[in-house]
Design a binder for this molecule. Structure first.
Ligand SMILES: *Cc1c(COP(=O)(O)O)cnc(C)c1O
Length: 371
């Protein structure tokens, strides 16, 4: 074997996005013990930083030591009990995964379906809440990375509470990239990821649970079936103030990376980060539309950080993406499901969301399409 030296790419797909050099160098700092007082101090700061960017005062706000999918499982495994009715909205890949979590936990999934590329329909959700008064949870994806559609989390969460449901929200792609206010919008359980709009490496999933959600966890009839994701146990290590006890060995250096990304996000200002993602989206949109390339999602529901655009008629999808990668070191995402071969997904997330990348992407695409 030899050392692995990856090529230097520009990552404009659905994630991971480019990792900021400050974060890469933070991760190269010396490893210390996961119970070292210096490390514990950094853990507390990390929790405070996450509260600030989630815009929440939830005590249980912490990073799960695993990727976004594990954050998803943490929410469902702790909150869904056998026979619980859960209303789950499916308008893309990640809603389907939510449903899979529910049924594997013995819950009953009541599916509200919308076409891929559309936002979750508030009217359909209200009808499902009316039709299923025993439902306990509403689950939906805020930013559907498989299509680039954004749903109205604020309205959906308030609606759920009118019908005595708590909410589970997937914010893997939205956190840091688009408006998100956990407390004000009354989100009960939320999970995200580090590799999308936080400019950090893959592998960590920030989560936050409201008091309402914690009450449901505490009143469970049966123990959480996953040992690793059981928050009662995890909080023995991550809980603030409590004497920390070993639960698992935290990914120490990866958490340095998350900490640095939070420092950077707070230096920029969360609102400024949302605004940067929006203005860069508009720049890319103008350039693509000038080339005759159209968007999948209508303007109102479009995510600024994930641009799904139709591949022009007669163009070879794989060949264009190969040209971008081989000639420009530029990665863009392919379409999924019914949109495989029909759309490209161009990410402008985190550190990737910069003007120079938009210029590179537009000129590289022009060249590739010319061929
Ligand atoms: C990327 C993503 C996930 C999964 O995150 P991983 O870190 O890949 O496990 C979940 N939900 C959404 C909306 C995503 O974009």
């Amino acid at each position: 074997m030899k050392s692995f030296n990856p090529p230097v790419r520009t990552l404009m797909g659905p994630g991971p996005s480019d990792v900021h050099p400050r974060i890469l160098s933070a991760m190269a700092r010396p490893t210390i013990g996961h119970l070292d007082p210096a490390f514990v101090g950094m853990m507390d700061e990390t929790k405070e930083g996450l509260q600030a960017i989630f815009k929440t005062e939830n005590e249980l706000t912490m990073p799960v030591s695993a990727p976004g999918s594990a954050g998803m499982e943490t929410c469902f495994a702790n909150l869904v009990e056998p026979n619980d009715k859960v209303i789950v909205c499916i308008n893309g890949v990640f809603g389907m995964r939510m449903k899979e979590n529910i049924t594997r936990l013995g819950g009953e999934a009541i599916v509200v379906e919308d076409d891929w590329g559309n936002a979750v329909s508030v009217d359909k959700v209200e009808q499902a809440l009316k039709d299923n008064p025993e439902a306990k949870i509403l689950a939906f994806v805020h930013a559907e990375t498989s299509t680039g559609a954004q749903s109205d989390a604020k309205t959906l969460c308030k609606l759920a509470h009118q019908y005595d449901c708590i909410t589970i929200v997937d914010a893997v792609t939205s956190l840091g990239g688009t408006e998100l206010r956990v407390d004000e919008w009354e989100i009960d359980a939320i999970y995200s990821g580090t590799q999308k709009c936080l400019s950090a490496m893959p592998g960590i999933s920030p989560i936050s649970f409201s008091e309402r959600a914690l009450t449901k966890v505490k009143n469970r009839q049966s123990p959480v079936t996953s040992w690793f994701l059981d928050l009662n146990l995890v909080m023995g290590y991550w809980g603030k103030g409590a004497k920390r006890t070993y639960h698992h060995t935290a990914p120490v250096n990866t958490l340095y990376g998350l900490h640095e990304s939070l420092v950077m996000m707070l230096e920029e200002g969360v609102e400024n980060s949302w605004a940067r993602h929006q203005s860069n989206h508009e720049l890319l949109r103008d350039g693509l539309e000038a080339m005759g390339i159209n968007f999948l999602v209508n303007e109102k529901d479009r995510l600024p950080q994930l641009n799904s655009v139709f591949i022009p008629e007669g163009v070879d999808d794989a060949q264009v993406r190969a040209t971008l990668l081989n000639d420009y070191n530029l990665e863009i995402g392919a379409g999924l499901g019914a949109y495989a071969g029909k759309v490209w997904r161009i990410g402008l997330m985190g550190y990737t969301s910069r003007k120079e990348n938009i210029a590179l992407c537009l000129s590289a695409l022009k060249d590739a399409l010319g061929k």
